[in-house]
Write a protein that binds this ligand. Structure first.
Ligand SMILES: CC(C)(COP(=O)(O)OP(=O)(O)OC[C@H]1O[C@@H](n2cnc3c(N)ncnc32)[C@H](O)[C@@H]1OP(=O)(O)O)[C@@H](O)C(=O)NCCC(=O)NCCS
Length: 172
């Protein structure tokens, strides 16, 4: 397995992993599946904004998972914080791929001068919480019942990692 930037040829696999989460999981808080064009627009938007979309691929170049980050919130005061997400195909989970993707995103965000990474995690997602905790994320920020899916309320955990030791932020 190795990581590389996502290419257009990966779009069907990215769509499949995303829509599986929409249909089956509380990792994505929506029930509306994407189309291939939706995913293409998403990937093009990330590229246009200079944001990473990394795929983990096997020796046959088949996509096993992906990780990305983008803006956390829109106002300028949040611009040194990014919100990431990571998804691994069901059959490839538990083999270190999620962790490998996360480590690459952390390195990239740090190199690009971000100060904090935030992941928004459903509180019942034990695998994601374990992954984030194992990487040193603070997983103590919990917002009760701010979402719902499959007929039940969902609590959101905001998992955050400070990436550097800058004591003073930029003036603007
Ligand atoms: C969460 C997810 C990304 C983890 O990726 P993964 O490749 O399966 O996880 P890894 O094999 O890299 O394991 C990373 C760590 O999490 C822990 N972990 C993984 N799956 C776990 C599980 N089901 N239960 C408890 N801990 C788990 C591992 O023990 C490991 O910790 P360690 O390195 O200290 O041993 C993956 O399960 C996934 O894509 N799930 C569906 C989508 C999703 O929930 N995405 C996250 C949205 S916030």
């Amino acid at each position: 397995m190795h990581l590389r930037p996502a290419e257009d040829r990966d779009l069907p696999a990215l769509l499949s992993i995303h829509n599986h989460a929409v249909r089956e999981l509380t990792a994505a808080w929506t029930t509306i599946e994407d189309t291939l064009d939706d995913r293409r627009l998403w990937l093009e938007g990330r590229r246009a904004d200079g944001l990473p979309v990394l795929v983990a691929v096997d020796e046959a170049d088949q996509v096993l998972g992906y990780g990305t980050y983008g803006a956390f919130r829109a106002r300028p005061g949040y611009r040194l914080t990014a919100e990431h997400s990571v998804y691994v195909a069901t059959q490839a989970q538990g083999r270190g791929i999620g962790k490998t993707l996360m480590l690459a995103l952390i390195d990239r965000a740090r190199a690009e001068g971000y100060h904090v990474l935030v992941g928004a995690v459903d509180s019942s997602n034990e695998a994601s919480l374990a992954l984030h905790a194992s990487l040193g994320f603070d997983v103590s920020c919990r917002l009760p019942q701010v979402g719902h899916k499959f007929g039940r309320w969902l609590d959101l955990v905001l998992a955050s990692l400070v990436l550097d030791d800058r004591e003073v932020p930029p003036a603007a």
